[in-house]
Write a protein of this length. Structure first.
Length: 94
């Protein structure tokens, strides 16, 4: 039996963001952290004539930074924060 889906979040300015996007980003971040640990514990090893080389640590760390920024943006939108929002001002001389 499937668990019921979480309801979507409606943002103040009318934008729509699903809680699933935030959860997926958090899950991906956790997976990248696990990949980073796997690379740190052994980058390359050989068993007999077969060898295995893990992913590039720099790429993993870059993806972690990118996902952390993405998660912060999604959480800010969910909370209604407008710190990174561009604004347009029209000056009028009356």
């Amino acid at each position: 039996m499937e668990a019921p889906k979480k309801p979507p979040i409606i943002i103040k300015d009318g934008d729509f963001m699903s809680t699933d996007r935030l959860q997926i980003a958090k899950d991906r971040l956790a997976a990248y952290h696990q990949a980073e640990m796997a690379v740190l514990t052994g980058q390359e090893y050989t068993i007999g004539s077969r060898s295995l080389k893990r992913a590039d640590l720099a790429q993993i760390r870059s993806a972690i930074k990118e996902l952390e920024g993405h998660i912060q943006t999604l959480e800010a939108k969910a909370s209604g924060s407008t710190a990174n929002r561009a604004r347009r001002v029209v000056l009028r001389d009356i």
